[in-house]
Each structure stands twice: as C-alpha cells, then as structure tokens.
Design a protein around this ligand. Structure first.
Ligand code: NAI
Length: 328
C-alpha cells in the first residue's frame, strides 16, 4: 500500500499536541517540518546542546517526562540504544490511554525492548533518509519517502494518525509505504550489515588490486568514490533506473559494465546476506549488540580503530585533504 499527498490530511492531529522527544538528526528535521505544516509541536529533551538548539529554533522545550505528559502524540526520536531505559523511566509512566506513540525505527518493538501499555496506539513513521535531508527536501517543497506501520491500534484511529504525522513531516509528498515494524527492522538492518559491507568490501578490494598493480592510490580512490562521480551515478540509478542510466555512459562503459555483471558470481554475496538476515531474524545480532553496549562498546571501538589505521582509510583521508574535498 502506497500513500501520496492526496491520501492524507492533518485532520487526525487537529487539537492535538505533538511532542518530539529528542531533537537530534531526525527530531530537529521532523519537528520543524511538522511545525511548518501547521501542527502544534513541543519538544522533550534532556539538558544538553539539543535542548539549546530546540529553544533557539523557537520551540517550547520541556523535560522528556513533562513533554510526554502534555502531549497526545509522542514521537520517540532519541537513539535506539537509549530508548528502552528512557521509555521505562520518563515516557511509559506519562502516556495516557488514547495517546499515540510514534517510532521512527522498528528495532525496540521488534526485539521487545519496549512493550507499551495496551491503551496506547503504537505506530511507525520511518523516513528513508537522514535528518538533514528530511528537512532540506521539505523546504524545497518535496519530501523523503517513509515506511508506516501500526503495531497497536487502541483508539481505532492509529493508522490515520500515523498517516497524518507522515503527511506533516512531508513524507506523503514522495510516498509512504505501509508495512510492519518487523519488516522495517529487517530491511533497515540489512542495509547496514548486509549491503553496506558488500559495497565497502568492493571498494577495498579494488583499492588492494589496483595499488598492487601500480595504480597510484589517490587515483583509484578518486575514481572509486571521492570524485563523487559514483554518487552521481547512484543518483541517476534512483531517478532513471540502473540500466536506463547506462545511456549516460559510453558504449565501451556499457559493454564493460554489463559483461562484468553477467560474469560476476553473486552466490558468495547471497550466502553472506542470508547469514546476516538469519542473525537479524533470530535476535542473535540484537543480543550481541545489547552485550556490546553493556560492556562499554569495546568491540565497536576496536573495529573502528582497525579501519581508521588501515592504509585504505589513511590514504582516503590524505586524498580528501590534498584535493580540498573535505566537507561536513
Ligand atoms: P540522534 O542520535 O540524533 O539523537 C540525538 C537526540 O537524542 C538529542 O536530542 C539528545 O539529547 C537525545 N539523547 C541522546 N542520548 C540520550 C539519553 N541518554 N537520554 C535522553 N536523551 C538522549 O538520533 P537519530 O539518529 O535522530 O535517531 C532517532 C530515531 O530515528 C532512532 O529511532 C533512529 O533509528 C531513527 N532514524 C534515524 C535516521 C537517521 O537519519 N539518523 C533515519 C531514520 C530513522
């Protein structure tokens, strides 16, 4: 099911106060978009830089507990890792029957880290885009697509309320796909731990092969992704399609791309992805990640340090500086 602009209204949010809990990447973008759409938005945040930012942006800012208590609709936009603890302490006790709790990630519901009371609507509005771009697109009159799901419909209006939130955030300007929390969790985690490692491994493998064969490392890296040509090709893939965008390349390029693709053995990649998906579905990854958090992120730090000190990343960083490509 896909919803567009004409399928939604802000009606279900009439007379309702919407609290955005967490004013970070998603929170700042979604709060500002909803406010500009005409929704009555307040912010719930701990005392930190995000609290100051929300105040500077003109929002009424409360503690997370107070904002939840004042609101009818609560968007939970703090990091997934901290949500269970904050939910238990500040949010759950301040929700009332009939309120709507909106997640932007299926993770904590799928893995039962958060179990909202029966009288609450539990929905998902998950933009498929980083926060800054959710805002930029909205300001441009466009929107980022989003996934929508209903986990618990206590009021009988959960779906229309979720769609109204998606509308206010700008997502219906692009398209909102209705799915389940679990599906959002699976595909989101698969992007991160199935697809991205394959992309990054291809970049690493190319770097290793070409530098071994005498190609200057900076030339390989510029050609691979630092020149942004690859980013522009992906942009065209997203707007024209993978094969159609090939018309923008020479015939030599088209023949080389299609030949390489047809001869490539995808089975090892499929096998890798099946293993990742099995660990996602069984909850093995979620348990491992919970242990990692409890032990102070030791493995995360050592994995990161390992790559940061690799020849590939050191060359990448030096090339960014040498060509003046560094940008926040
Ligand atoms: P973020 O990391 O930008 O969150 C920062 C906010 O959380 C700040 O307001 C900060 O004050 C608050 N915060 C951080 N730690 C806290 C703690 N211990 N106690 C209380 N407040 C705390 O979060 P982000 O990336 O915006 O993610 C929010 C939700 O959106 C998550 O569920 C995430 O999975 C989802 N999401 C994020 C996307 C992204 O582009 N980053 C894309 C789509 C969904």
């Amino acid at each position: 099911l896909i919803y567009h602009e004409t399928d939604a209204t802000l009606g279900p949010l009439d007379e309702k106060i919407v609290a955005v809990v967490g004013y970070g990447n998603q929170g700042r973008a979604q709060a500002r978009n909803m406010c500009d759409s005409g929704v009555d938005v307040i912010v719930g945040n701990r005392e930190d830089g995000s609290h100051e930012q929300a105040t500077a942006d003109g929002f009424e800012v409360y503690s997370i507990a107070d904002a939840t208590a004042r609101a009818d609709v609560v968007l939970l936009l703090i990091p997934d890792e901290v949500q269970p603890e904050i939910y238990q302490r500040d949010i759950g006790p301040n929700l009332e029957a009939g309120d709507t709790l909106v997640f932007a990630s299926g993770y904590n519901v799928t893995y039962e880290r958060i179990d909202p009371a029966d009288g609450i609507d539990v929905v998902l509005v998950a933009p498929r885009m980083i926060g800054t771009v959710v805002r930029e697109l909205y300001e441009d009159g466009r929107g980022a697509p989003a996934l929508l799901a209903v986990e618990q419909d206590a009021s009988g209006a959960a779906q229309s309320r979720a769609l109204a939130v998606a509308h206010a955030v700008g997502a219906t300007r692009s398209g909102v796909v209705e799915t389940e929390f679990e599906t959002e969790t699976r595909t989101d985690l698969m992007s991160e731990q199935g697809l991205f490692p394959v992309f990054a491994s291809a970049l690493l493998a190319r770097f290793e092969v070409e530098t071994e064969a005498g190609v200057p490392p900076a030339v390989t890296l510029l050609e691979s992704y630092l020149s942004r040509e690859m980013a522009h090709i992906f942009e065209k893939c997203a707007t024209q399609g993978i094969v159609s965008q090939m018309d923008l390349h020479s015939q030599t390029s088209q023949y080389g791309q299609l030949l390489g693709l047809s001869e490539f053995d995808r089975e090892p990649i499929r096998e890798f992805m099946r293993e990742r998906l099995a660990a996602i579905d069984s909850g093995e990854f979620a348990d491992e990640w919970a242990d990692e958090q409890a032990s102070g992120y030791e493995r995360l730090s050592s994995l990161r340090e390992g790559y940061e000190s690799s020849e590939f990343i050191e060359t990448e960083q030096a090339t960014l500086d040498a060509f003046g490509l560094r940008k926040d």
